[in-house]
Structure formats: structure tokens, C-alpha cells
Write a protein that binds this ligand. Structure first.
Ligand SMILES: Cc1cc2nc3c(=O)[nH]c(=O)nc-3n(C[C@H](O)[C@H](O)[C@H](O)COP(=O)(O)OP(=O)(O)OC[C@H]3O[C@@H](n4cnc5c(N)ncnc54)[C@H](O)[C@@H]3O)c2cc1C
Length: 370
């Protein structure tokens, strides 16, 4: 007899949103995490919901755009269920250029946006400075996406976990899963502590550590850690009105008197330390973009390991090798943005065996016998 319908391994924003969705639909869910809820890459995220900045034609864009569309109702539901305000704002974003070459790139992105029917405004230097007077005067132009926004990733994670538990999910922490194997129609989950759990199905949402879980009948899922450092500043100057994305960093006006500056992208294995180089590079870049950062105080340097695949696309879908296993991992730089889409798509697979057509692009089978 199984202990639960679905065990979700990993309580980052992805595991939490999947657990929340499954529990809300009536499944008996157990959510396990090796550390505690929200303490992986999720606690370092800037929380940007900005799929269009990096351009059109990317294979991730259809999923990211769908997830952005789902965000307002996702947040409404979480607020209704938990009463927790997660700092959600659709402020827009301004992508800033300070050389001719980058202006040309912004024009290409703007043309892609227009062709896709996504609203944006190409601005000259004067217009960019009118919109964001705190920008450095060397700005040459910008591209504004009014539909972009941000959410407080730490608050969102806490709210999702609270919501999942309110809907009856059981959270077990700390609990590090070592091995998963089929036992007839059920899944046997072995913990490092020696404990066990039996579940009908298992969702692998262990972020960059997903490949370290031994799953009988398949090779390790090919996810690697990419370190990101991010600074939290206490901001006393004129507040930015929207996300400002510059050549070497972005700044998110994440709350009254607060700004987040991100982020480094480093191949440093499982090393979760902040570094002097990372902090210095981000501070230099932020001061070049918005000179009044010199007046801000440094509240914290955060660090997280993003879960990356070789094609920088997530891995979402049911395993064919071990059908009781469903993957929800590899969200790299977009886990917060992709949470609503992932939660719904995974719940549809787990509970109804329904596959959203968008999952074809992120199938585990693109990497082999999974
Ligand atoms: C600096 C930085 C800025 C970012 N900014 C943004 C942004 O603006 N917008 C955006 O959308 N995304 C952003 N991201 C990316 C985003 O943070 C990630 O894509 C997302 O957090 C991944 O969530 P996850 O749940 O898959 O992984 P994680 O949050 O890493 O959670 C995985 C969890 O699994 C647990 N775990 C691991 N192994 C086991 C095991 N064997 N047993 C049990 N539990 C286990 C871990 O303890 C951890 O809690 C950013 C990331 C960084 C680092």
C-alpha cells in the first residue's frame, strides 16, 4: 500500500508549484527536500518575468510566453489560498543600450516582437532617460516591454509551500532521496537517513542535483549546476520604475527601498560560495548602469546553482523507461517564470496522462533512454 499518490523530490519553486497544483487537484502529495523548502537556487532568484528581452525565435519562448500569460491568475489563486503577498508587479522592463551595436540588436528584437504581436517601444536616448531618469547619461537608447514584471522569489516559494500544505500535502525536511526504484506498480523511495517511502508516482524536481539521484533503470538525468550571484541593495535614491537590463547586469526594483542586482553566470561545479570577484563585477556593472547605486548599501550577496541542460531547455515529462517517474527539472535561468506552466503541465501528465503539445520541446527522451 503506497504512502501517497505522488512524491515530489525537491522543494524549490518548481517542486513547490507542482506539489501545490497536485494537492489543489486532490492528490495525496508528499514533498521532500534535502535542506528545507526554497533553499536551493530559488532563494537567489531575482524573480524576473521577462521572456522577451533575450529575443524571439528561441525554442524556450513559447513555454515562457505561455507561463507569463498564466502568472496573474496563478498569483491570485496563491493569494486567495494563503493570504501571502508575494510582491508581484507587472512593471515592464527597459533593456538599455550604450553603443551602436547594441542599438542594432535592440532593433532586431523589436522587429521580432512586432512580428509576434508582442507590444514593445523602441526608445531613443532622450526617451529612455525620460522613462528612467536615474540611468547613466551615456545611454543611447532602449527597448521597453510593458508586459514584463517580477515577483519576490523567496515569498513566492514560501507561499507555494504554505498553499501545498493547506491543500493537504505533507512536507518532509530534511530528507535527502538517495535512490528510486519500481516495486510493481509503485515506486520505492530510499532516503539517505535509511527511511523509505512508497508512492504511486514520483516527480523529480531536485534542481541541479537531479542527476545525483540514483533511479533504477535509467542513466542520471544530464543536469549541471551553473552558479549565479545576486546582490540585494537598500536603495535610498529615486526608485527605478521598472526592471532595467543593461549590458553587464540587470536591476530589479523588487520592493520599496530595495533593488536586486544580478547576476553572474559561472561554471563552478557545486560550489555555492559568493566570491569577491562576483560581488565586485556586479557592483561595477550596476554603478555604470545607474550611478546612484554608489549611494546604496549592500544588504546581502546571494548565490544559487541554476539547473542547466546542454540545450538550456528544461526537462519536463514522463519517463518511458520508468513510467512512475515524471521529470520537472533543468529550468536554468527561468524557473520562477516557468513555474505556473510547469505546475499545470506536470499535474496534467501525473493525474490525467495528458501531455501539453509544448512539452514536445522539453521531453526527457531528447537526451536518450529516459
Ligand atoms: C542569481 C540567480 C538569479 C535568477 N533569476 C531568475 C529570474 O529572475 N527569473 C527566473 O525565472 N529565474 C531566475 N533564476 C533561476 C531560478 O532560480 C531557477 O531556475 C529555479 O530556482 C529552479 O528551481 P528548482 O525548484 O528547479 O531548483 P532549486 O530551487 O535549486 O530547488 C531544488 C531543491 O531540491 C532539493 N534537493 C536536491 N537534491 C535532493 C535530494 N536528493 N532529495 C531531496 N531534495 C533534494 C534541494 O535542496 C533544493 O531545495 C535565477 C537563478 C539565480 C541563481
Amino acid at each position: 500500500m503506497a504512502d501517497c499518490d505522488v512524491a515530489v523530490i525537491g522543494a524549490g519553486v518548481i517542486g513547490e508549484s507542482v506539489a501545490y497544483e497536485l494537492a489543489a487537484r486532490g492528490a495525496a502529495v508528499t514533498l521532500l527536500d534535502a535542506r528545507g523548502a526554497g533553499l536551493g537556487a530559488t532563494q537567489a532568484a531575482a524573480g524576473m518575468l521577462a521572456p522577451f528581452i533575450e529575443g524571439f525565435g528561441r525554442p524556450l519562448l513559447p513555454l515562457a510566453a505561455r507561463s507569463l500569460e498564466m502568472y496573474a491568475s496563478f498569483i491570485d489563486r496563491i493569494l486567495r489560498d494563503t493570504g501571502i503577498d508575494v510582491g508581484y508587479a507587472r512593471s515592464g522592463s527597459l533593456h538599455v543600450a550604450n553603443e551602436e551595436e547594441s542599438i542594432a540588436e535592440l532593433k532586431v528584437v523589436a522587429a521580432g516582437a512586432k512580428a509576434a504581436g508582442v507590444a514593445c517601444d523602441l526608445l531613443d536616448a532622450r526617451q529612455a532617460l525620460e522613462r528612467e531618469p536615474s540611468l547613466a547619461p551615456d545611454v543611447m537608447g532602449g527597448l521597453l516591454f510593458p508586459s514584463h514584471g517580477f515577483v519576490g522569489a523567496i515569498d513566492l516559494s514560501a507561499a507555494l509551500c504554505t498553499g501545498a500544505v493547506k491543500h493537504g500535502a505533507r512536507l518532509i525536511v530534511p530528507a535527502r532521496v538517495r535512490r528510486i526504484s519500481s516495486r510493481g506498480a509503485e515506486m520505492d523511495i530510499e532516503l539517505e537517513s535509511g527511511g523509505r517511502l512508497v508512492s504511486q508516482q514520483v516527480v523529480i524536481a531536485a534542481g541541479c542535483w537531479s542527476g545525483l539521484i540514483d533511479i533504477d533503470g535509467m542513466p542520471p538525468v544530464p543536469i549541471r549546476p551553473i552558479r549565479g550571484q545576486l546582490l540585494q541593495l537598500a536603495w535610498s535614491g529615486d526608485p527605478l520604475k521598472r526592471i532595467v537590463w543593461g549590458p553587464r547586469c540587470y536591476i530589479v526594483p523588487s520592493g520599496p527601498g530595495t533593488a536586486l542586482v544580478g547576476a553572474t553566470v559561472e561554471d563552478a561545479g557545486y560550489d555555492e560560495r559568493t566570491t569577491v570577484a562576483g560581488v565586485r563585477d556586479l557592483l561595477d556593472a550596476a554603478c555604470d548602469l545607474v550611478p546612484q547605486v554608489w549611494q546604496a548599501s549592500l544588504v546581502a550577496a546571494r548565490v544559487g546553482l541554476r539547473p542547466a541542460t546542454s540545450d538550456e531547455m528544461p526537462v519536463i515529462g514522463r519517463s518511458r523507461a520508468v513510467p512512475g517517474v515524471v521529470f520537472a527539472t533543468g529550468h536554468f535561468r527561468n524557473g520562477v517564470l516557468l513555474a505556473p506552466f510547469t505546475a499545470k503541465a506536470v499535474a496534467d501528465v501525473v493525474l490525467d496522462n495528458q501531455e501539453d503539445p509544448l512539452l514536445a520541446a522539453v521531453s526527457p527522451q531528447r537526451f536518450g533512454e529516459y
